[in-house]
Ligand binder design. Structure first.
Ligand SMILES: C[S@@+](CC[C@H](N)C(=O)[O-])C[C@H]1O[C@@H](n2cnc3c(N)ncnc32)[C@H](O)[C@@H]1O
Length: 340
């Protein structure tokens, strides 16, 4: 049997991270091919079997594992001389298990997102890898948008991890936080307080689960119910935040006026340092994929009317690529705006 390498090899490290993040099977197969120089060698098949599938908590991700095993088997059968026997055995075992194991009612899956942090980027941590566990939804059609993982929140998290000094020791307030990934990144870079908010009850419950999963249910990271339509200035300003964040929150024209009003109120916050005249205005960082130009232009017009300045900083403040294994994530589709 071919020896199974550990994850010290960069390509195998990417392959394992892609598996844990539950990247689509075609992306995983592409990475596997890249690792073994074309076809899936016996070594790569063994790696997927032993260090991905067999070493995972199988009760959470049975269908994903079945799908991956099936794709690996089909690929190996069509391009390799040897197909590792264990792949068939494990496929049959999981197929049987799937019949008996009760699936989570809400159709949530557990993804593990690994950020590959280069050394020196993060003085506060000796870890080279930040791994965030997140319950996400596959079900986007039934009002579950806040429980999915969107490219903008991956981008904003990369931005936070790439420029930790912008956020360390700061009070950070996020609107429309969804799964809560941005909050985990903020906690990692040493934000003094993080307030995550969302206007959808089930999204907020899922976010709380995710914070617990990542050991962040402390006073430092809080989650709050905040529908933009009913936000009150006195409530928003009591946190004395330094900065505001948002990922993929500009998409519904009906919500745009309420979102602008929330941003206007939040950006009024001024923290007083030592002397009262030493006041620093809040800024907001919004990451977004512009899916509908009209809606985005509407947002820009409404921001101008509210005397908010919106600056595109996508090119000047490029984050590092901390998710090199995530082939399904198109970073070029995301824009980053600084609002003040
Ligand atoms: C596309 S999701 C993005 C979630 C997360 N920021 C991310 O990037 O993964 C939009 C989020 O905004 C929230 N949202 C939408 N309309 C809202 C409103 N009127 N008030 C508060 N939150 C709202 C949704 O519940 C959802 O969590």
């Amino acid at each position: 049997m071919a020896v199974v390498s550990d994850t010290k090899t960069p390509n195998l490290r990417c392959l394992k991270a892609a598996f844990l993040a539950m990247e689509p099977s075609n992306c995983l197969i592409s990475l596997a091919r890249r690792t073994s120089g074309g076809s899936l060698t016996e070594e790569v098949q063994n790696f997927i079997l032993e260090l991905c599938v067999n070493s995972s908590d199988i009760s959470c991700n049975l269908s994903y594992m079945m799908n991956i095993l099936k794709k690996v088997i089909v690929e190996a059968e069509s391009t390799c001389e040897v197909v590792v026997e264990g792949l068939y055995e494990q496929f049959a075992k999981i197929a049987l298990l799937q019949v008996y194991v009760l699936r989570r009612e809400e159709n949530r899956i557990l993804k593990k997102i690994s950020f590959f942090l280069p050394s020196g980027i993060d003085d506060r941590s000796s870890q080279r890898n930040l791994v965030v566990s997140l319950y996400c939804s596959l079900n986007l059609l039934e009002g579950d948008t806040g429980c999915a993982l969107w490219p903008s929140c991956l981008f904003l998290s990369e931005f936070i991890l790439s420029y930790p000094k912008l956020f360390s020791d700061k009070v950070c307030f996020e609107v429309g936080s969804g799964v809560g990934l941005v909050g985990v990144a903020l906690a990692h870079v040493g934000a003094s307080k993080v307030i995550l908010t969302d206007g959808d009850g089930s999204t907020l419950e899922n976010m709380k689960c995710n914070l617990e999963l990542n050991h962040l249910r402390s006073g430092k990271v809080q989650s709050r119910y905040l529908p933009w339509e009913f936000a009150a200035e006195s409530e928003l300003l009591k946190y004395e935040h330094d900065c505001v964040l948002g990922a993929d929150i500009i998409y519904d024209p009906k919500c745009v006026p309420h979102l602008i009003e929330v941003l206007r109120m939040l950006l009024k916050s001024k923290r007083t340092f030592i002397l009262p005249e030493e006041k620093e205005a809040s800024v907001a960082y919004l990451a977004t994929v512009i899916r509908n130009k009209e809606t985005f232009n509407y947002f820009l017009r409404a921001a101008e009317e509210a005397h908010l300045s919106v600056m595109d900083i996508t090119q000047d403040w490029q984050p590092l690529n901390l998710l090199p294994y995530m082939l399904s994530y198109d970073r070029t589709s995301v824009c980053l705006y600084r609002i003040s």
